[in-house]
Design a binder for this molecule. Structure first.
Ligand SMILES: Cc1ncc(COP(=O)(O)O)c(C=O)c1O
Length: 508
């Protein structure tokens, strides 16, 4: 094959005075060059030694940035042919491209701020899909099961009332009856310790993370995010200028002892203790107490994301981490995206009392408040018992779908994917045999019309074992069985055709 010239990459800017680590700066610049099309798929990168010399950083810095990009699927390295931009980019990047209007891409010709460039190039998965999501897209509830007739009756009643409260500007902290309903619910169902005044309504968890990051963090402040963990949180913190470092997770949940050696002052830890995203483990009591004690000693906040704990199938709902906190360090976050509808964009925070007024004022500056009419209908939906009924119904439906998935995988994917039942949640991790690349498997699945995002996309570095995220909530047992058959055909086919190419983990 003809060798491409070892050309320098223009526009790689490194600012030695910036608090952002050099590795992150280099990683960000290269990723942006790939996303913007400056570095096309297959383009050859300069050797790390040459690049390091050119931009005035150490070779280790360049190697670490390359390794991170390779791990995330942007680069491929082969002995003898150097490092090249991956010929097919990770799925989540492709979906960002597919759904963005040209004006919001990074190479639009408009000068974006550094913050704007970070935001526009974040590789988060855009969840919107035309029509029904494909099996096994995760994060989707079954919206076709939502009792729209009840919702529209409640909405019509509210609009007919013509109440002035609903039609004019509202309280940035949220509609009071909804805050009361949520306080009642989380006290009972999640053992959260709170008064109504501590509840603030937000337009989804994503907005809550962004607002908290702006309110609590200065540029360069250190934040812990679980590894593997929720990309939505990781990139929201990063876009707010925080330095995000990994908080390792094992079978007992996130382990704060693993970062105790870190001498940097850590301001906040983002965790999913009830049902770790994406692995699905529950944080043990011992780990919870250690985390709370660490936060107290460090004067750090813990953001507890309780995104899907309403869906517990076998055991009783677990008490929240917030309920164990005596030092007011935990901020509890809930969302109605999975229990009602994601399109509503409604969620809430339970804040320590002294954070409510700063949050309320910040919200007033940034976007005022979430739409009051939807908040009012949601309050009625909860208070009149429809919420509890809907959750009960979806619990048994989703449990049945989880069983359908586990059975189908055991039957059709034996030896190719390993799954086991989980006490709760809306997705499972299908573990691949050791040595098999989950990004490769995900790409191969895509060719058979199956969406199964790779576990490694949620990780900071290399995982010991790859896996596929298999959402089951939005799919009927029939769709699940068909999806598993297509996935089996895809993985079997790839194994036979290209045993050492498409699926095998490439040594870096
Ligand atoms: C871990 C996690 N937290 C929170 C959310 C909910 O986000 P939002 O309320 O912004 O829809 C999701 C959605 O997929 C998630 O996966």
């Amino acid at each position: 094959m003809k060798r491409a010239p070892n050309v320098a990459v223009a526009g790689i800017a490194i600012d030695c005075g910036s608090p952002q680590p050099l590795v992150e700066q280099l990683y960000g610049s290269l990723r942006e060059a790939i996303l913007s099309g400056q570095l096309r798929p297959g383009a050859r990168l300069p050797a790390t030694r040459v690049l390091a010399q050119e931009i005035g950083v150490s070779r280790n810095t360049a190697v670490s940035a390359f390794e991170q990009l390779a791990m995330e699927g942007y680069l491929n390295a082969r002995i003898g042919s150097g490092t090249r931009v991956a010929s097919s980019l990770p799925d989540e990047l492709l979906s960002v491209r597919a759904h963005c209007e040209p004006r919001c891409t990074v190479n639009s010709g408009i000068r974006l701020s550094q913050r704007g460039r970070d935001l526009a190039s974040s590789p988060v998965r855009i969840l919107s899909v035309p029509g029904r999501p494909r099996p096994f897209a995760s994060g989707h509830p079954d919206v076709t099961e939502f009792p729209l007739n009840i919702w529209s009756t409640l909405a019509a009643r509210r609009w007919r009332s013509g109440s002035r409260d609903l039609l004019t500007y509202g309280d940035p902290a949220g509609y009071r009856p909804l805050r009361e309903a949520i306080a009642d619910y989380v006290r009972t169902a999640r053992a959260v310790r709170c008064e109504t005044e501590q509840i603030v309504i937000v337009s989804g968890s994503q907005q809550a993370i962004d607002l908290l990051a702006r309110l609590l963090l200065d540029s360069g402040d250190v934040v812990l995010v679980e590894d593997p963990g929720y990309l939505g949180a990781r990139f929201a913190f990063r876009a707010a200028g925080a330095c995000v470092i990994p908080l390792p997770v094992d079978d007992e949940g996130a382990d704060i002892n693993d970062v105790r050696h870190n001498r940097r002052r850590i301001r906040l830890a983002f965790v999913t203790p009830s049902h770790q995203y994406p692995l699905g483990v529950t944080m043990t009591l011992q780990r919870r107490l250690a985390l709370l004690e660490w936060a107290r000693q460090q004067d750090a906040f813990i953001l507890e994301d309780d995104y899907d704990s309403d869906y517990r199938y076998r055991a009783r709902p677990l008490p929240s981490l917030q309920g164990l906190d005596n030092a007011r360090r935990v901020i509890y976050m809930g969302s109605f995206s999975k229990t009602i509808l994601p399109s509503l964009r409604l969620g809430f925070l339970v804040l320590p009392g002294n954070l409510v007024e700063p949050f309320r004022r910040a919200r007033a500056v940034l976007d005022g408040h979430s739409p009051t009419p939807y908040q009012a209908v949601l309050a009625d939906f909860i208070v009149e018992g429809h919420f509890a009924r809907h959750i009960r119904r979806m619990r048994s439906l989703y449990e049945e779908r989880q069983s359908a998935l586990v059975e189908a995988v055991h039957r059709d994917l034996n030896g190719l994917l390993e799954v086991s039942r989980s006490d709760g949640g809306m997705h499972l991790v299908g573990w691949l045999p050791p040595g098999i690349s989950d990004r490769g498997a995900s790409r191969v699945a895509e060719t058979h019309d199956v969406y199964a995002s790779p576990l490694s996309a949620c990780a900071f570095g290399r995982l010991k074992r790859g896996g596929l995220l298999l959402g089951f909530a939005a799919f009927s047992p029939r769709h699940i069985h068909e999806g598993v058959r297509r996935l089996a055909a895809a993985l079997e086919g790839a194994k036979k055709r290209k045993p050492r190419n498409a699926l095998t983990v490439q040594p870096y």
